[in-house]
Write a protein that binds this ligand. Structure first.
Ligand code: SF4
Length: 126
């Protein structure tokens, strides 16, 4: 999927307050229609090649500030985690931060499976 900034029409950064998005999103009303980011901010969300670390950190912080005021942050973040989207800031998380979240989810899933198996094994043994 295109990043929300690429899939929407241009909207000024300082746009008038928008109505709250519908809590349900469907084919006619996809979640990214409520995105706070806009095309003229595209450079904030994706790294140019050979970007120095200090510049990258500053750019990512700016992108995260846009995400922080976004009404569809959670939908965007979950989309980027589930795909997974390998590049750019989505839902207030960098690609590296998403990898950490995914690793934690995998660990949690393993622990939950293990926890579910242990009592079953004890019932069989007991
Ligand atoms: S959370 Fe960030 S990247 Fe996602 S739609 Fe909102 S502003 Fe854009």
């Amino acid at each position: 999927m295109l990043h929300p900034i690429e899939s929407r029409t241009i909207r000024p950064v300082a746009a008038a307050p928008q109505p709250a998005p519908s809590p349900s999103h469907d084919e006619d009303n996809p979640w990214h229609t409520g995105a706070a980011c806009c095309r003229d901010e595209a450079g904030l969300f994706f790294a140019p090649s050979k970007e120095p670390t200090a510049a990258r950190l500053a750019r990512e912080e700016q992108a995260k500030r846009v995400c922080a005021r976004c009404p569809v942050l959670l939908e965007c973040r979950e989309h980027a985690l589930v795909q997974p989207e390998p590049y750019g800031v989505w839902g207030g998380l960098t690609a590296a931060e998403r990898r950490v979240v995914l690793a934690r989810r995998r660990r949690r899933d393993v622990e939950l499976r293990e926890a579910a198996r242990v009592p079953a094994a004890r019932r069989i043994a007991g």
